[in-house]
Design a protein around this ligand. Structure first.
Ligand code: MN3
Length: 256
């Protein structure tokens, strides 16, 4: 019996040594970071539907894996199909049977009763994520152009300075929140940040104006790939910003 035990132990030890010798490239562990960066195991954003109500998820113009140069597919999937969907469903619940049911999300934000935490968190979550996903693109990055580029140069001195200020605002936000580029009430561009799911349309915050770009700095937006390195995520975020959409947001905000 003792001999058999020794034989079995030797076999187990030998197998252990062999498996340790396997090259890393043959690792098929489904939790490896490989699966975070491919389309395997991720669903289709078009399949994500709310439980009903006035607020629906805007369609994504890209697949979950398409922003992989900056944000991995799994993060995109969980962010859109779980977090964003959750905010939409809870917002629909919060407005059900109230006078807010027929209002636009922007008007709900501007008239926010900041003591109504269900509406504040989920309405903010809905508005913020609708803007976030709409301003990303696999063909994003590069530089803004046209009237937006002119305004950036006028109000910040340069595009690099705008990026520095956004990275600073997002990096310094303690805990969860957002960094924003807004058009303020005088028509100038300004940068700031808000906590949790607050945004600059809501009354009484440090930054006030019409958002044209928002950077989600909640850990759920970046943790799988970037862990504690939020600044690296913000740097990579700029490579997938669709400045054409931000320009459209700027045109709408300045036309008001
Ligand atoms: Mn988020």
């Amino acid at each position: 019996m003792k001999k058999l035990t020794i034989v079995i132990s030797s076999v187990v030890l030998a197998l252990g040594i062999i498996s340790c010798d396997q090259p890393k490239t043959e690792n098929t562990d489904t939790t490896s970071t490989d699966t975070l960066t491919t389309e395997r195991n991720v669903g289709n954003p078009a399949d994500v539907k709310t439980d009903g109500g006035p607020f629906q998820l805007p369609e994504l113009k890209y697949g979950y894996a398409d922003l992989d140069k900056s944000i991995d597919a799994k993060t995109m999937e969980v962010h859109y199909s779980k977090h964003f969907l959750g905010y939409a469903n809870k917002l629909n619940e919060a407005v059900k049977g109230t006078e807010l049911e027929g209002k636009s999300i922007e008007d709900i934000m501007k008239g926010m009763d900041m003591s109504n935490s269900a509406l504040r968190n989920n309405g903010g979550g809905y508005y913020n994520h609708a803007m976030y996903f709409a301003t990303l693109s696999p063909n994003g990055g590069g530089n803004p152009s046209g009237a937006l580029a002119d305004a950036i140069n006028k109000d910040f001195g340069s595009f690099d300075e705008l990026k520095n200020q956004l990275a600073d605002a997002g990096g310094k936000r303690f805990g969860s929140g957002w960094a924003w580029l807004v058009v303020d009430k005088s028509g100038k561009l300004a940068v700031g940040s808000t906590a949790n799911q607050d945004n600059p349309l809501m009354p009484g915050l440090d930054i006030s104006g019409t958002p044209i770009l928002g950077i989600d700095v909640w850990e759920h937006a970046y943790y799988l790939r970037y862990q504690n390195k939020r600044p690296d995520y913000i740097t990579a975020f700029f490579d997938v910003v669709d400045w054409n959409v931000v320009s459209e947001n700027y045109a709408k905000a300045t036309a008001q």
